[in-house]
Design a protein around this ligand. Structure first.
Ligand code: COA
Length: 392
């Protein structure tokens, strides 16, 4: 058998582990493409529902196709009452991403489709997941604050309905529109950690709920989707524009990480950050409080300059950087920033699971099974001799 070449401590950076037709990230050029379209061409021009359709079905929908897709999503805007009862029984300080992951598994319990490994069933489940993720997140926000979940409004679009279920107030067009752009921007990003996790689970032919639950777990980490919450906490810690420089210098001198900066793939600007930054500014102006936007801007410039000085190279803001202040201005609780990432990324995850299990780009689904290099040297070069309990 041919010996595997060891690839160590790389985090698989730069290794192409599968083919995909869903999206592409050109990290050097700062380009993100959904099914052939540049993200900057789509953001602000299509709704989240259109983006989800494009990501799932490989083309932008006609009005008729979009209407039918919307109707399917609206029809699935509810979760089993047992799931709501389960949320009511959970500790109020449970982490929202844990709630979402547990909720995903519960959806499987109540869906007979989960027992069927067919393209038709997985397509149905994808629509259910996209429709139900916002319901779980909004219901948890209400329940943990001792309020009753808000019934969805079938006349509202996907994003506006989520904001409505969260607060009980129908958002105005500007707020709903900005939030919808965020949903489009976060919907898909090729083989990031959570998508890879979902595809890896899907490759075992586990059902889509299991695969997506793995994606939720992966996204929760602060080096991935959890970064947007940590960015806001960092801004709050800093407190004012004047303190930004001291904070950045201290962090870089002590080997700390500045949240929302750097990316495993982009070596230039993250194109999504360019779209999010002006929205954060406008939302701040709308509220008459641009402090968080201004702190973010100063932090970006200061960190770039300090990085160049100290490390002799550039660093750039990523998608989580300006989405933090933007969501905060929208009145969204800080610890819901990452679940909100998930209610958008569910479009990408479900498309990837379908592609993993039913082909598309890859000729035949394959079980992921990387190798590892064993470095256990417990008994020198030899294997250890077993010692019975009484002699240990
Ligand atoms: C995303 C991330 C994990 C990518 O890490 P990576 O692939 O190792 O990034 P790079 O290879 O470009 O990092 C190289 C150097 O920059 C440093 N660096 C990268 N991001 C940094 C950050 N946000 N703050 C401080 N230093 C950073 C690394 O520590 C490393 O330093 P070294 O060369 O002295 O060892 C990293 O940038 C990070 O932790 N960012 C903050 C968390 C975040 O915003 N995550 C969301 C990503 S969308």
């Amino acid at each position: 058998m041919e010996e595997c070449k060891p690839i160590l401590n790389t985090g698989l950076r730069g290794f192409k582990v599968a083919s995909t037709k869903i999206s592409d990230v050109d990290g050097n050029a700062g380009k993100l493409v959904y099914r052939g379209y540049l993200i900057k061409e789509l953001a602000g021009k299509i709704s989240f529902e259109e983006a989800a359709y494009l990501i799932l079905y490989e083309k932008l929908p006609s009005q008729d196709e979009l209407d039918r897709f919307n109707a399917l999503l609206v029809a699935e805007r509810q979760v089993p009452p047992e799931l709501i009862a389960s949320l009511e029984s959970r500790p109020k300080d449970a982490l929202p991403m844990d709630i979402l992951q547990a909720g995903t598994a519960m959806l499987a319990n109540h869906d007979p489709d989960a027992k069927e490994l067919s393209l038709e069933a997985v397509n149905r489940m994808a629509i259910k997941l996209i429709a139900k993720f916002p319901i779980i997140v909004a219901a948890w926000e209400r329940i943990r604050n001792n309020k009753k979940p808000v019934e969805p409004d079938p006349d509202l679009g996907h994003s506006a309905n989520f904001l409505y279920m969260l607060s009980g107030t129908v958002p105005d067009d500007e707020l709903a529109g900005f939030f919808d752009v965020c949903m489009v921007l976060h919907a898909e990003h090729s083989f990031n950690a959570s998508t890879f996790a979902a595809r890896e689970v899907a490759s075992t032919r586990a059902h889509i709920y299991s695969a997506v639950a793995a994606g939720v777990g992966s996204l929760s980490g602060e080096l991935h989707g959890g970064a947007n919450t940590r960015v806001m906490e960092m801004l709050m810690d800093i407190g004012s524009v004047e303190k930004v420089e001291e904070y950045v210098n201290h962090l870089l001198e002590t080997g700390g990480i500045i949240m929302g900066l750097g990316h495993a793939v982009y070596s230039t600007d993250d194109p999504r950050a360019h779209i999010l930054a002006p929205m954060s500014k406008v939302m701040g102006e709308r509220l008459g409080d641009t402090r968080w936007y201004e702190m973010s801007k100063r932090l970006e410039l200061t960190a770039k300059e300090a990085f160049r000085r100290k490390k002799g190279r550039d660093i750039y803001v990523n998608v989580d950087f300006y989405s933090a202040s933007l969501y905060y201005y929208m009145g969204i609780p800080t610890d819901l920033f990452t679940p909100i990432f998930a209610i958008s990324r569910i479009a990408g995850w479900t498309a990837h699971v379908i592609e993993e299990q039913f082909g598309g780009a890859a000729p035949k689904p394959v079980l992921y099974r990387p190798d590892s290099q064993y470095i256990g040297d417990y008994c020198g070069p030899d294997l250890c001799e077993f010692v019975p309990m009484e002699e240990r």
